[in-house]
Design a protein around this ligand. Structure first.
Ligand code: IMP
Ligand code: MG
Length: 185
């Protein structure tokens, strides 16, 4: 698996340090946290980020899961987000924090945010580990951002290519010949 990696973009210790700092920023965003928050995480890319983040967040929390499909199969082109399934606790009057792996065109988060808002929460904030600055829309509210990255297709720390490489402990770019862009043949 590691022989497929062309170059590491964000190292393990950089991820750990930034996620710790993000947890502090997020906790500071909920000063009267007695009732806690409800995290809604977008599967499966956010799994690793989520598990590191929540263990550094000293808040009461419930966790809901939502699945959105945008990159199916061996492609690095987004096909437009569609809600696949969700396992959510009651969000009415809750402070909801959406957690996603990466913000690219914003299609995924736009869909998730509107879905969450429709459930009548008290507040909605969004945290993403990565943002591709070149593509990210400026009109989408995202309160917590881990790293701004170049417009590269990255894998690892939860992010996949064709379902693989999620378990790499760092963020990396694969060797170019491994990527097949465009629609499935
Ligand atoms: P958006 O809907 O265009 O913002 O794309 C966001 C979703 O596409 C993310 O939640 C990821 O699942 C996926 N995605 C976008 N860029 C990458 C990448 O570089 N590597 C892996 N997945 C990506
Ligand atoms: Mg995703």
């Amino acid at each position: 698996m590691r022989e497929d990696v062309d170059r590491i973009v964000i190292r393990e210790h950089e991820l750990a340090e930034r996620v710790t700092a993000m947890a502090r920023e997020i906790a500071a965003g909920y000063p009267d946290s007695a009732e806690g928050i409800t995290i809604v995480t977008v599967l499966a890319g956010s799994l690793v980020f989520l598990s590191d983040l929540i263990r550094r967040l000293p808040l009461k929390m419930r966790i809901g899961l939502i699945t959105v499909s945008s990159y199916a199969g061996r492609t690095t082109l987004s096909n437009g987000a569609a809600l696949a399934s969700s396992f959510l606790p009651d969000l009415r009057n809750r402070h909801v924090l959406i957690v996603d792996d990466i913000l690219e065109t914003g299609g995924t988060l736009r869909l998730v945010q509107s879905q969450i808002r429709a459930a009548g929460p008290r507040s909605v904030k969004t945290a993403v580990l990565l943002r591709k600055t070149a593509k990210a829309p400026t009109d989408l509210p995202v309160e917590f951002i881990g790293f701004d990255i170049e417009d590269l297709f990255v894998v690892g720390y939860g992010l996949d290519y064709d379902g693989l490489y999620r378990n790499l402990p760092y963020i990396a770019v694969l060797r170019p010949e491994l990527y097949r862009t465009g629609a499935e043949p």
